[in-house]
Design a protein around this ligand. Structure first.
Ligand SMILES: *[C@@H]1O[C@H](CO)[C@@H](O)[C@H](O)[C@H]1NC(C)=O
Length: 301
């Protein structure tokens, strides 16, 4: 006689045999809870703060942006806001992470650049990115900007590791700053001890590189988690176009018109709950959505 417990086990076995493969092959779009959204808030402020002048981020006296993260310990800052976007590095003892942040740029200028032909991509510089396959290619302009702050950012991170015993680095940015930050999230692990974790949180990220680039980022996602958050009908995240060979890595969160945040699985998910489906063409976009608000934070100093 078969006991009811055995029958239950058999039934559960049959269920999970069906459920497991379908879970593996189909990841669904999930809506973030209010608590999950709130965990991004300090990083959103840090990305916004990168628009403040280097003297003010180094003294941490930049007003509302700086006050939003009151325990921050600045370490280094730089850039001229022209050739080299502003950047700063410091330590957040509350979040227990070093923060690296990069300034973005004017929405219309960036959109014009990325749609008017400034779209050439090439292999990463082997001095800055030793060991990355040459098939991994990224936008030349983004690479140039990242290279001009690379040494200063790395020195700041290294000093934060020795001064605060930090084991985590979070690289953030908005717009062009997000593109630079994504390149930093590839660059930094190649020059830091392997016990130092690096993660990327970007806002209004344009596409940075080709399919091999996106695959490289995805292949490292367990070590270097990537989250790129885009807002409503912002046209920047759909530039440069996929028809030019550009691909986003996985890790998209799309903010709906309703204000809810949806996590979109895969690269350039075409669902209309995600940016590719929501903004199929530039003319479907609304430039005013680029600066936010991202859960109440509008980018800028
Ligand atoms: C987009 O998300 C859906 C889940 O709703 C998933 O089934 C699909 O594979 C994703 N597309 C890509 C390109 O990853």
């Amino acid at each position: 006689m078969i006991s009811s417990r055995v029958l239950l086990a058999l039934a559960l076995g049959a269920l999970s045999a069906q459920a497991i493969p379908s879970l593996k092959t189909r990841q669904s779009i999930t809506t973030l809870s209010t608590n999950q959204i709130e965990t991004y808030k300090p990083y959103t402020w840090y990305a916004s703060t990168a628009y403040c002048a280097p003297a003010n981020t180094l003294a941490w006296n930049c007003g509302t942006n700086c006050q939003a993260n009151p325990t921050f310990k600045p370490i280094a800052s730089g850039g001229d806001g022209d050739e080299t976007q502003y950047w700063y590095v410091g330590y957040d003892p509350t979040l227990k992470t070093i923060i690296v942040a990069h300034q973005g740029t004017d929405t219309s200028e960036l959109l014009a650049d990325l749609t008017d032909g400034d779209i050439v991509y090439s292999s990463l510089d082997p001095t800055l990115f030793p060991g990355v396959p040459s098939s991994v290619e990224a936008h030349d302009g983004f690479q140039g900007t990242q290279s001009r702050s690379a040494a200063g950012v790395l020195a700041g991170v290294q000093s934060g590791i020795s001064k605060y015993g930090a084991t985590q680095v979070t690289v953030v940015g908005h717009s062009l700053g997000a593109a630079i930050a994504l390149l930093d999230s590839i660059y930094l692990p190649l020059h830091l001890p392997s016990n130092i974790g690096v993660k990327f949180i970007g806002y209004g990220l344009p596409r940075v590189g080709n399919q091999a680039f996106a695959n490289y980022v995805d292949a490292n996602a367990a070590k270097v988690p990537v989250t790129h958050i885009n807002n409503m009908e912002d046209p920047i995240p759909i530039c440069p176009g996929m028809f030019l060979g550009y691909v986003h890595p996985s890790g998209e969160i799309h903010i709906q018109d309703s204000g809810s945040w949806d996590a979109c699985p895969g690269q350039d998910n075409g669902s209309d709950l995600c940016i590719v489906g929501d903004v199929p063409y530039i003319w479907d976009g609304d430039e005013s959505n680029h600066d936010g608000p991202y859960d109440g934070v509008t980018m800028g100093c």
